[in-house]
Design a protein around this ligand. Structure first.
Ligand SMILES: O=c1ccn([C@@H]2O[C@H](COP(=O)(O)O)[C@@H](O)[C@H]2O)c(=O)[nH]1
Length: 276
């Protein structure tokens, strides 16, 4: 039985620093790397990333969409990426942003969080916009199998605000309601709960109160979307120690050379470690 995700993440971050590097095989990046835009090019790209990062950083985050775009061969590559990343010592965070009615959510949970599933990851991203309670099957199974869940709260894209910053009759934003529900799930967990949130590094001073979360904060938007290490301080304040800054394109553009990719990831990791 593995330890809870929050505990495993705390340990891995202490060893390797807080950076999460994304594997986002954009067609344009495959071309820039001199690869074909097909499943063979995808495989070469993704396994080069695993070789470069998985022995160095705390968390590797494959973006499922870019693998699914290549059909069943792409999904087979994703399975291999998850297995080989874990073997090299990084935690896997599958960015798949699932969200559905509870009965269907239970099937997604089996796919990504059940013991022995070929697509099981250490953690996944989910969307709470069918209601936080609809995520219960995933939250429950993750708890049973020592895995983690990162719930979208305030995303890095500007379009997210129209839904996420909407207020209810008490003046609470939708995003704050997500934060509060995640905090309730993490109450009492030591050293850190396994229910994390996604809060974009680009969102500025959001007014979100993250102080009671007791869980990890994934901060995408770092690098290619314009957020810098200094922005992380403005967005997260006192909760910075729980932040996992995530960067994909800004690191991946240094490929295909493994040493150059690794050096880019390590440089990014050092810049955020100094801040946190
Ligand atoms: O709010 C969110 C949630 C997820 N993402 C994902 O993170 C990466 C960002 O890639 P970059 O190349 O570093 O911009 C990508 O997979 C997104 O789907 C996000 O950007 N914002």
């Amino acid at each position: 039985m593995r330890a809870p995700f929050g505990a495993r993440l705390t340990e891995r971050v202490a060893e390797r620093g807080p950076l999460c590097v994304g594997i986002d095989p954009h067609p344009g990046l495959l071309t820039d790397w001199g690869l074909t835009v097909d499943a063979a090019g995808l495989e070469r790209f993704a396994l080069t990333c695993v070789e470069a990062f998985a022995g160095e950083v705390a968390v590797v985050k494959p973006q499922s969409a870019f693998f699914e775009a290549h059909g069943s061969r792409g999904v087979a590559v994703l399975e291999r990426v998850l297995a080989e990343t874990a073997q090299a010592g990084a935690l896997t965070l599958l960015d798949v942003k699932r969200g559905d009615i509870g009965t269907t959510m239970a099937a997604y949970a089996q796919a990504y969080l059940a013991e022995g599933s070929p697509l099981a990851a250490d953690a996944i991203t989910v969307s709470p916009y069918l209601g936080f309670g609809s995520l219960d099957p995933a939250l429950d199974l993750a708890g049973q199998t020592g895995r983690g869940i990162f719930v979208l709260a305030l995303t890095s894209n500007p379009e997210g605000a129209s839904v996420q910053r909407a207020v209810d009759t008490t003046g609470r934003t939708t995003a704050q309601a997500v934060v509060d529900a995640a905090a309730a799930r993490n109450a009492g967990s030591v050293p850190l709960g396994s229910v994390g949130l996604v809060v974009g590094a680009t969102v500025g001073r959001s007014g979100l109160d993250l102080s009671a979360l007791n869980g990890p904060l994934l901060a995408p938007g770092f690098g290619a979307q314009g957020a810098t290490a200094a922005d992380l301080r403005a967005v997260f304040g006192d909760t910075l120690p729980a932040v996992l800054p995530a960067s994909s394109r800004d690191v991946l553009r240094h490929g295909p050379d493994v040493a150059a990719l690794r050096a880019a990831a390590l440089r990014t990791g050092e810049s955020v470690a100094q801040l946190l």
